[in-house]
Design a binder for this molecule. Structure first.
Ligand SMILES: Nc1ncnc2c1ncn2[C@@H]1O[C@H](COP(=O)(O)OP(=O)(O)O)[C@@H](O)[C@H]1O
Ligand SMILES: [Mg+2]
Length: 300
């Protein structure tokens, strides 16, 4: 039984054992689609609460409750439902990422535990894959995960999870006095924390390429060397900042939407990622069978 299964055991105990309808994920070696269903080695929100008095309830303002049943209904990875295709597929997707996360690093290579999830354009499944990857890795016994909503122009991690807006990344970048710990959200999946995108800002995307962001990413790497840090990121072809962000990452997962992303867009995205280490492809939404398995993934 995985950690998340244990974490969700209270909920699970009340549930019948049923398969989860919805997405599935698998790994693939190459583009163009459809890739084989096998794992592929890749090519190369408001303020921090004051310390709680001893008699106060344990939960702080920065603790949020993920509604795992709701997530399951949305086709997201949760432990509820057991070994669904989706859970299985993300198991396969995460494996090579985890393997490299804490492996030896070539000189100059960025920390492998910093993983950027990006794609060519909006709507291809970056947030969906980021959350699923984060949940899937949080289910591992030995891993803790920090999910960062870095798609600051179109943040949707909290919304997708059904959580209210909260301060986050933008606020840290704009306010020297604010610490990550002030805005980070702990969740009921105790191996998973979330750093929201934070307050709206007209310079949001621009800030991703700023020195402050670079400092922030280094700080994360130093502060959480044992944690998997997943960045739900902006699309590569709409902003120039996304590829600056990519340059800080040890691993990249490029989401490709089946029958959506054009080959041209994939090539252009890969060009933007030239020089980045460990670029992986997640081939998303390969099938649609309404009411049963809605989507499929490949990864490579
Ligand atoms: N594999 C999938 N299975 C089911 N729904 C998906 C899948 N991938 C994406 N979606 C849905 O497609 C929409 C766009 O996905 P999203 O992750 O928000 O894209 P992005 O973050 O790239 O803009 C969302 O409604 C999301 O729930
Ligand atoms: Mg998104």
């Amino acid at each position: 039984m995985s950690i998340i299964e244990k974490a969700a055991s209270r909920i699970e105990q009340k549930k019948d054992e049923q398969g989860v309808p919805g997405a599935a994920a698998r790994a693939a070696d190459n583009l163009p689609p459809p890739p084989p269903p096998s794992v592929a080695a890749p090519s190369h929100e408001p303020a921090a609460p004051p310390a709680a008095p001893p008699h106060a309830p344990r939960r702080t303002a920065n603790q949020v409750e993920l509604d795992l049943e709701r997530m399951q209904r949305l086709g997201l990875v949760t432990a509820a439902g057991g070994r669904t295709t989706l859970v299985e597929d993300f198991r396969i997707i995460k494996r090579p990422l985890l393997k490299r996360a804490f492996g030896p690093r070539a000189p100059g290579e960025k920390p492998g535990n910093l993983i950027m999830v990006t794609s060519s354009l909006p709507g291809e499944g970056k947030t969906f894959c980021s959350i699923n990857l984060a949940m899937s890795i949080a289910m591992e016994l030995d891993h803790t995960v920090l999910l960062i909503d870095a798609d600051v122009a179109r943040p949707s991690v909290l919304r997708t999870l059904g959580l209210p807006a909260h301060r986050g990344l933008m606020d840290i970048l704009l306010d020297d006095k604010l610490d990550m710990a002030d805005v980070m959200l702990r969740t009921n999946v105790n191996t998973l924390s979330i750093l929201p995108a934070g307050s709206n800002n007209p310079r949001a995307t621009e800030l991703l390429a700023s020195q402050a962001m670079s400092t922030f990413v280094n700080e994360i790497a130093n502060r959480y060397p044992d944690r998997i840090v997943i960045f739900d990121s902006p699309p590569l072809l709409l902003t120039s900042e996304a590829h600056v962000l990519a340059s800080h990452m040890g691993q990249i997962a490029l989401v490709v939407e089946a029958e959506g992303t054009t080959q041209h867009a994939v090539k252009e995205s890969l060009r933007q990622l030239e020089g980045c280490s460990n670029v992986n492809l997640i081939y998303n939404k390969t099938r649609e069978f309404p009411g049963t398995e809605t989507y499929d993934y490949h990864y490579g």
